[in-house]
Design a protein around this ligand. Structure first.
Ligand code: 2X7
Ligand code: FE2
Length: 303
């Protein structure tokens, strides 16, 4: 098999509010509207991904938290109801998710060979976390692609961001190698917000956008700094500043998803496309991606 590669590397935040505001048939609560900028950004991302003909979504989620090692979804299909523990008023979502088990096993095996503690999740009744579901839904609402789901092993909390980064480096390399060997065209999703301090009370109407804003200017400045680094392709600098980002902006990058994305793509120096930035209950969120040039794009650019 040949031609396996990462066709897109996406920062794909997962506030359940965005699914709520879209009113898809899978979600029980109904919304009037809300968070349009982020939702329209996801819409533009979806259009940009289409010509790349992706075959698998590979997602690392902060809300699948494992305490001993990194786990991988390892059952061909998961079906259930997912209820957000903090926002059950917004997200009660019926899902059916197909898993690319062979690719998950291949990444798992390579990660283990690189020295990480790993485990395949073989429990068919396992409830898939809302971070995985929301990022996948917003990237591919048709649910017509299989998913590789990867947990966050909480190394930042146990040891510190430096250990998280070491592990993300090994996991990113393992992911890249396994994808290349698989022959498949994969989209990587780092499912996380940037600054992550949120308000502890909700407006009476959750989608009342007159109440939505970033929690603090300090958080906003961090978010803008990260966007600057992404847009100018300074990913090694972003890697070097990850600890400060996590500590000072309470960033959800503590989960390792963004570091894993950077490592798997070997620290791109090309500009990252920012599709949207917006706050959700005070947190900072960017929809952003590095895309492989679409087939034919190079020829089209040539006069
Ligand atoms: O998990 C989340 C999040 N990361 C950001 C905002 C709101 C809710 O949930
Ligand atoms: Fe989150």
């Amino acid at each position: 098999m040949s031609g396996g590669r990462i066709v897109a590397a996406v920062l794909a935040p997962h506030p359940p509010h965005l699914v709520y505001a879209e009113n898809p048939p899978q979600n029980e609560p109904r919304a009037e509207c809300g968070w349009e900028e982020l939702r329209m950004g996801y819409e533009r991302l979806r259009r940009a991904l289409e010509p790349l003909r992706p075959e698998v979504l590979v997602v690392l989620s902060p809300h699948w938290q494992t305490y001993i090692g990194t786990h991988f979804l390892g059952v061909p299909r998961f079906e259930s109801l997912s209820v957000d523990p903090v926002f059950p008023n917004l997200f009660r979502y019926r899902y059916a998710l197909d898993v690319d088990v062979p690719l998950a096993e291949a990444i798992c095996a390579r990660a283990e060979a690189a020295g990480l503690v790993t485990k395949m999740m073989r429990n068919p009744d396992f409830r898939v976390d809302y971070g995985t579901l929301v990022s996948c839904h917003l990237t591919r609402p048709a649910w017509d692609l299989p998913v590789v789901g990867i947990s966050s092993c909480r190394a930042t909390a146990y040891y510190g961001a430096d250990v998280m980064q070491e592990q993300a480096l090994a996991l990113g390399r393992a992911t890249r190698e396994a994808i290349e060997a698989s022959g498949k065209r994969c989209v990587l999703l780092a499912s996380n917000s940037l600054s992550h301090r949120h308000f502890t009370t909700e407006p009476a109407i959750p989608e009342d956008m007159s109440q939505e804003r970033i929690t603090s200017h300090a958080q906003y400045l961090w978010d803008m700094h990260v966007l600057d680094l992404l847009r100018s392709g300074q990913t090694r600098r972003l890697w070097g500043e990850m600890r400060e980002l996590v500590e000072q902006a309470v960033a959800e990058a503590d989960a390792g998803a963004l570091s894993w994305l950077l490592a798997a793509t070997e620290f791109p120096d090309a500009p990252c496309e920012i599709y949207a930035y917006g706050s959700v209950i005070g947190t900072g969120n960017a929809v952003a991606a590095w895309l492989e040039p679409a087939p034919g794009a190079a020829e089209e650019a040539t006069p």
